[in-house]
Design a protein around this ligand. Sequence first.
Ligand SMILES: [Zn+2]
Length: 335
Amino acid sequence: MKRPFIFVLLLSFLIVIISVFNSFIFYDDDEGAISRAKNEQKDKNYESVDEKSPKINVYNADEDKTEEMDMEEYLYGVLSSEMPSTFDEEALKAQAISARTYVVYKIENNINSGHKNAAVCTNSAHCQAYTSYDDLLKKKGKEWIKSDYQKVKKAVDETKGQILTYNDKAILPLYFSTSSGKTENSKDVFSTQYPYLVSVDSPYEENSPKYITTYSIDKNKFIKSLKNIYPSIKLSIDQLENQVKILNRTEGGCVKTIQLGDVKLSGIDIRKILNLNSANFTIEYNNNNMEFIVKGYGHGVGMSQWGAQGMAKEGYKYYDILFHYFKGTDIKDTY
Ligand SMILES: [Zn+2]
């Protein structure tokens, strides 16, 4: 007689269990970290055009001369220099498209400051790092050329001509090594806001050797290095802990404003002065020392390379990676 009751009880118990289980499975999606359900959609193929790749002018900063190069061959040398060749194929492809888009962006917007009619230069601090085939052979050896160079080449070849666009125009595809777990809004770092360079979660960074670093400095030395730039700054060794205060942070977690006695600086200023890996830090005091615990490496805007590698390891494709880090963009095959 009690059977129907037990059945209903069992059924409702089962429903509760299933819904709890479900909420665990989709926890990541609910949090909005990386929302596309991987492996659910068919692989996309963006290769639609098959034309000859263009020639571009590259300014060789070391030799002070401009060389004409095939775009794709130039990209082999960029990818070999800008991302470890040990990275996953999908991360390398995302980097290849970013590097290609960077050149197109410079050409389309006629930005060639500092390099005499060349779209890009080989200086990593100004444009993108580039190493020629001969130099790679010398530096990394025959074995590397046989294995890793082929891998790098494949990532470029399989995305031939593909660039990232926003409103059908090439974007400024900024990238950097490692995030703190969140990227930065471009306006917080470079003062210009681009609609596709906005703060997003970057959850797979833990394998980066630069995810968290500690920089230790003597309190005296710290005050000295600030006085070098701001001679009248009022800081004293015994009051330092009260005089130094992080006032606010950016959406990505970087120090926006820091009070140092009577002076206010940005986290980027402190990063430059102390040569920290990023502007995302906390400060601890230890007897005569200050310890800066720094998260991430680089300016934090656009694609995190280690985050891209983490996503690739999780099974995401190069376009998932790019669309995640560059909001609202599309991929266009140009040749
Ligand atoms: Zn340059």
